[in-house]
Design a protein around this ligand. Structure first.
Ligand code: UTP
Length: 234
């Protein structure tokens, strides 16, 4: 099983896929409840978290609707996605009200020097990438070496498992190989295990990413044992 190390003194950065928060027509309260229990119990043990949340189906529905009506620029499509991530950011901040810094972070370059609480919630920043990139920039600001990427994708596969029956899950992959698979191009609403722009940044800055499914049991394993079912990109 892949392993990941966290520094005890630093916050743990989780890129929380919008696909977990809003998988379909609306927010998944069952996931939110279990996620709340897990993160709150870790906070009570003294841990700090940065939760960077994606836009999920809300982002995709809005992007698709705009595209059907008119030809829209990629930046405008990204802005729709960004606002979906911010709505989800406010949802997480509200759920974690007891522990969360009161302001949802948009710009990773302007992080609060002093947090009020043990959880910082962040969302989309600017067009041209996803919240994975925001998580990567925050990791760099905090000098963290790793990021947990939780989404509805359980592993990086050798090929797209939706299209190729022979696709095999990978436990460990280098940035060089991973980037060869996903390329460098950004498309609004793109769904890759970890976004290409964020991948370039993590590669350059020697950070590792744990791609884990959103099953709360698996997330608990990563946080408590540093071991998980999924893929480590390093
Ligand atoms: P994400 O791609 O981060 O959310 O943002 P997601 O798709 O829900 O995440 P996964 O796939 O589950 O991990 C949604 C969209 O918002 C725009 C992009 O269009 C992105 O696809 N966005 C987000 C930006 O343009 N800039 C940002 O900083 C963040």
């Amino acid at each position: 099983m892949p392993q990941i190390k966290f520094s005890k003194s630093k916050p743990i950065i989780i890129s929380v896929g919008g696909s977990l928060v809003v998988p379909n027509g609306g927010p998944d309260d069952k996931f939110l409840k279990k996620f709340d229990e897990l993160i709150s119990s870790e906070v009570k043990k003294g841990r700090k978290f940065v939760l960077v949340v994606g836009g999920g189906k809300t982002a995709r529905h809005y992007i698709d609707a705009a595209k059907k009506v008119h030809q829209v620029s990629p930046d405008d499509l990204d802005w729709l996605g960004i606002h979906a991530t911010r709505l989800n950011g406010h949802l997480l901040r509200t759920i974690f009200r007891k522990f969360a810094h009161p302001v949802v972070i948009k710009n990773p370059m302007r992080m609060p020097k002093k947090w009020q609480g043990k959880i910082l919630v962040a969302a989309g920043w600017k067009p041209g990438w996803s919240t994975d990139y925001v998580a990567a920039r925050i990791a760099k600001q905090l000098r963290a070496e790793s990021i947990i990427n939780a989404s509805n994708i359980d592993h990086v596969y050798t090929a797209d498992p939706g299209k190729d029956k022979n696709a095999e899950p990978i436990e460990e992959i280098s940035w060089k190989e991973y980037r060869r698979m996903v390329g460098d191009k950004w498309d609004p609403g793109l769904s890759a295990p970890f976004d290409p722009v964020a991948s370039r940044f993590c590669h350059k800055n020697k950070m590792s990413v744990a791609v884990v499914s959103g099953e709360v049991k698996n997330l608990a394993k990563v946080l408590r044992e540093g071991e998980f079912k999924g893929t480590i990109i390093l």
